[in-house]
Design a protein around this ligand. Structure first.
Ligand code: HEC
Length: 169
């Protein structure tokens, strides 16, 4: 027996050497994708309002109780007959639960409405919805939206995600 490699073994060795950089490269791509997915996740599904973040949701719960309950209701049910304009032409406060249309809107819009009022989206629009920019920090606004989102069922969240995807296309 000699230690010399047969031509086939030599070739196999060559091939294996070629595989090492390939495996390293594959690993880098996998890590890169992992990071991209991780970073992208809050952007696609919640842009600042993460209903799975317990700290955010807990802050949001108290922000909601102090600032939103009076109109949108402790159980997020909104005001009676919220689809019918009042004699002054303004709408009552809609529910934030699944019976309303809060979940139809992207996070960024909800943020803008809460921070700057409905007129920020529809110039000149008269509404009883106050602008909270002088009352709440951006962090508190994202937190209260996280709380509202945390009350939606998985099914509504899924329907909402699909809606947002379609709106992007
Ligand atoms: C003084 C009553 C009042 C308070 C307090 C109030 N809202 Fe509203 N909100 C309204 C009314 C009325 C509307 C409907 C606006 C319209 O279409 O004219 C509304 C609409 C909204 C909408 C848009 C919903 C949709 O489906 O279009 C969001 C989001 C919202 N409010 C969030 C909040 C949050 C968050 C708070 C607490 C930080 C809050 N509101 C406190 C009265 C209120």
């Amino acid at each position: 027996m000699t230690n010399r490699k047969s031509p086939e073994q030599g070739q196999a060795h060559q091939k294996r050497r070629g595989l090492v950089p390939l495996i390293l490269f594959g690993g880098l791509v996998a890590v890169g994708l992992g990071v991209a997915v991780t970073l992208n996740w809050p952007v696609t599904s919640s842009a600042g309002a993460n209903s799975d973040d317990l700290v955010q949701v807990s802050l949001g719960t108290s922000v909601y109780t102090e600032n939103c309950t009076s109109c949108h209701g402790a159980n997020l049910g909104g005001q009676a007959n919220w689809r019918i304009r009042k004699p002054d032409g303004r709408l009552p406060a809609p529910p934030h639960d699944e019976t309303g249309h809060t979940w139809h809107h992207p996070d960024k819009q909800l943020f803008k409405i809460t921070k700057s009022g409905v007129a920020a989206l529809v110039p000149g629009y008269e509404s009883d919805m106050p602008a909270f920019e002088s009352v709440l920090s951006d962090e508190e606004i994202w937190a209260v939206l996280s709380y509202i989102k945390s009350t939606w069922s998985p099914e509504i969240k899924l329907r909402r995600d699909r809606r947002m995807q379609r709106a992007k296309q």
